[in-house]
Structure formats: structure tokens, C-alpha cells
Ligand binder design. Structure first.
Ligand SMILES: Nc1nc2c(c(=O)[nH]1)N[C@H]1C(S)=C(S)[C@@H](COP(=O)(O)OP(=O)(O)OC[C@H]3O[C@@H](n4cnc5c(N)ncnc54)[C@H](O)[C@@H]3O)O[C@H]1N2
Ligand code: MOO
Length: 241
């Protein structure tokens, strides 16, 4: 504002920050205490608002949704059925329901709502069970994998460009680096790294179920099969702060 005033600009165009509804599925998830193998802590409810804020979006309070198609369909309807114009959402994210397991109900819920499926799976690791659909009113829905690092990878590659468009921003220019680290034979590999002296260094073993490596990283490398000059995506600080 100070810069605008100093430049003598009395009128400027503004856009509202894109609003995102986050629906977290998973009856096995717990919200306090130490996790066990069968009862993991919900890591995405706490992680996504900060990560999305770092990408320029407002995702206030994630909603926990039970693992039935009826509950998910109802939650999607509720997220969209907001009368107050300033509270309407521009994008809906659903975690942990886009794969093909018995508790993965997003495909069915979207079909019941008459949504158009635009992307159904992406050839990347982690994060392949991600999807993009458009609901009849036009609102986009992204399905994010339940594994926390896989979900962050999907946010950085699928959700971030959608937010940039909703926000009227140009996509960030593509930044590349040299890379002689691991890559996959068939899928794009997403590797959390720290930039040290301009060179990307992997931040230890990264597993799709763990946020440890990506929380310590500054960038995510997008390494296609056979590539030695992958694209670097800068991770917003919101993931760790
Ligand atoms: N039949 C198939 N099954 C699976 C496939 C597949 O292609 N076919 N892909 C596997 C991969 S890879 C991933 S990733 C997962 C993603 O599936 P979902 O998105 O449906 O996620 P869930 O199965 O619900 O969860 C996976 C894992 O992550 C834990 N989880 C879920 N939500 C959270 C959260 N908010 N915080 C922390 N941890 C979470 C959940 O308990 C599971 O352990 O699908 C595979 N299966
Ligand atoms: O998308 Mo899954 O992460 O590849 O574990």
C-alpha cells in the first residue's frame, strides 16, 4: 500500500484471495497423542492451511469427513452450498479418498454430484492417486493422496498452478538445475532437496507417508525419467512455520 501511495496510484484493481475448502477423510486418523501403525495422526489437517497460505490461498479450517460415500457427498455439497458471497469457495481439496481402496469414495461421490473428471491419476511418485474434477457449477475439486508427502507433492504440482490461475497470476518461471541423483524408469520422481550453494542436495530418505524430508527441504525437484536438468519448485515456508 505504501508503494502504491508513493507512486500516486489512487485506484488499483484487487482480487480476493482464493478460498479453499479442505475435506480430510480417514476414519483411522487420530487428533491427539502418539500415533500407532493402525491409528496415524492426521498430518494433513494441520499441514495444509499453512502450505496453502504460502501459495496465496485461504484455507481456514479443514473438515474431517467419515469414510462413507454419503458423508463425502454431503460434505462436498455443504462446502459449495454457502449463501454468503464472501464465504464461497473457489476450490475444494479432498484428502485420502482418490485411490481405489474400499474406503476411497471420491470417484463415486463426484459421479453422484455430476462432476466431470478431468485428471484421474498422474504418472509421478509419490502422489500418483491424485485427481482433478469440475463440479456442475464450475468449482474445481482436487483429490489428494492420503500419504502426507504424496499429498504435498500433489499440492505443489496440481494445486499450485490452479491457485495461480484463480489468483490471476502468471505461473512462476521454470527454474532448472543439474541433477545426477536418483530417478525412476517410468514415472516422474518428486525429490525434496535443500539448495546449498545453488546445488540441490537430497534431504535424506523420503517416503510418501512421511513429512520429515519435505519439511526440511527448500525445493521439490520434478525429475522426469532420464532427465538430468529437472525443474525446481520452491516450497513455501508455510509447511514448516
Ligand atoms: N488399489 C490401489 N490401492 C492403492 C494404490 C493404487 O494405485 N491402487 N496406490 C497407493 C498409493 S501410492 C497411495 S499414495 C495411497 C493413496 O490412497 P488414498 O489417497 O486413498 O489414501 P489412503 O489409502 O486413505 O491413505 C494412505 C495412507 O495414508 C494415511 N493417511 C491418510 N490420510 C492421512 C492424513 N490426513 N494424515 C496422515 N496420514 C494419513 C492412511 O492412514 C494410509 O496409511 O493409496 C495406495 N493404495
Ligand atoms: O502416491 Mo503414493 O505416494 O506414490 O505412496
Amino acid at each position: 500500500m505504501g508503494l502504491l501511495a508513493a507512486a500516486g496510484l489512487d485506484r488499483v484493481g484487487v482480487r480476493p484471495v482464493p478460498r479453499v475448502a479442505v475435506l480430510v477423510t480417514g476414519d483411522e486418523l487420530v487428533d491427539e497423542g502418539l500415533p500407532t501403525a493402525s491409528r496415524p495422526r492426521d498430518a494433513l489437517g494441520p499441514a495444509l492451511p499453512g502450505l496453502l497460505a504460502g501459495l496465496g490461498a485461504d484455507a481456514a479450517h479443514p473438515t474431517r469427513v467419515g469414510d462413507t460415500v454419503e458423508e463425502l457427498t454431503r460434505a462436498l455439497r455443504l462446502a459449495l452450498d454457502v449463501r454468503e458471497p464472501t464465504a464461497q469457495v473457489d476450490l475444494v481439496l479432498v484428502t485420502g479418498a482418490s485411490s481405489l481402496g474400499p474406503a476411497d469414495h471420491l470417484h463415486k461421490a463426484l459421479a453422484d454430484l455430476g462432476a466431470e473428471l478431468l485428471v484421474d491419476g498422474v504418472a509421478c511418485r509419490p502422489g500418483h492417486p491424485q485427481l482433478l474434477a469440475r463440479l456442475p457449477g464450475g468449482t474445481p475439486v482436487c483429490g489428494l493422496p492420503g500419504h502426507p508427502f504424496a499429498a504435498v507433492a500433489a499440492v505443489m504440482t496440481l494445486v499450485a498452478p490452479i491457485l495461480a490461475v484463480l489468483d490471476g497470476r502468471r505461473p512462476d518461471p521454470v527454474t532448472r538445475c543439474r541433477w545426477d541423483g536418483p530417478r525412476r524408469e517410468h514415472d516422474v520422481m518428486l525429490v525434496p532437496v535443500r539448495l546449498i550453494g545453488g546445488t540441490p542436495q537430497p534431504v535424506g530418505p523420503s517416503h510418501s507417508a512421511s513429512l520429515v524430508a519435505v519439511a526440511a527441504a527448500t525445493h521439490l525437484l520434478v525429475v522426469p525419467p532420464g532427465s538430468d536438468d529437472p525443474q525446481m519448485l520452491r516450497l513455501p515456508t508455510g509447511l514448516v512455520h
